[in-house]
Ligand binder design. Structure first.
Ligand code: ZN
Ligand code: ZN
Length: 130
């Protein structure tokens, strides 16, 4: 668990937002930041965001639920949420564990994901066409 990203202290609660600000999430990180990673799937190779995985109970939509829209592909198990206004992916319900969310580390306010070095790419399964 990371306690800092760059000079930014990882607190127990962080706000996360899309680019236009319509969608605001609260991310609860009781032990720190779980391993940031890239997912190597056919969707994430396009998206390029740094993600981290948390229990779904540790993500709360504070504002803008009506601005979120959802994309599914392949076996349509994972649910990828993004802002319908600015297009930013905020979080997804994981296909491999529906009790977990992955969230976009770049959406955390005050956190610069480019301060992370050597972000690993995790196996996201076989590339799929929609
Ligand atoms: Zn937005
Ligand atoms: Zn992926």
């Amino acid at each position: 668990m990371l306690k800092h990203i760059g000079n930014t202290l990882i607190r127990k609660y962080h706000r996360a937002s899309c680019h236009c600000g319509a969608v605001v999430l609260q991310i609860h990180l009781p032990q720190g930041m779980p391993a940031p990673h890239h997912c190597g799937c056919s969707f994430c190779k396009r998206k390029g965001a740094v993600g981290a995985t948390i229990a779904s109970s540790n993500l709360r939509i504070v504002q803008g639920e009506e601005s979120l829209t959802m994309y599914k592909f392949g076996q349509e198990i994972a649910e990828h949420f993004f802002c319908r206004n600015c297009g930013i992916h905020t979080h997804h319900r994981r296909g491999t564990n529906r009790a977990e969310f992955g969230f976009n580390v770049g959406c955390l306010e005050g956190v610069n994901p480019f301060d992370l070095e050597n972000v690993p790419v995790e196996d996201g399964g076989q590339w799929q066409i929609p």
